[in-house]
Design a protein around this ligand. Structure first.
Ligand code: SF4
Length: 70
């Protein structure tokens, strides 16, 4: 699974880190970044973390998280 983030859409609600704290973090303005690589906008998600990412994807109110099967 490939996970992409779109910080330009993010409204800094903080929900994604509640559901997938190992994947999502925030910059100084509260906008989404990837926890493991702050400069990246996409990341391959290992199987054991995919359920959490799916939940975060579904909960994001502005679709600033995208996922695809790759
Ligand atoms: S759930 Fe969406 S809007 Fe909320 S902080 Fe995460 S990426 Fe941003």
């Amino acid at each position: 699974m490939l996970c992409k983030i779109i910080p330009e859409k993010c409204i800094a609600c903080g929900l994604c880190q509640v559901y997938a704290p190992e994947i999502f973090d925030y910059d100084d303005d509260g906008l989404v970044i990837l926890a493991r690589d702050h400069s990246a906008h996409q990341e391959f998600i290992p199987k054991n973390e995919q359920a959490d990412v799916l939940t975060a994807y579904r909960k994001c109110p502005v679709r600033a998280i995208e996922i695809s099967e790759k």
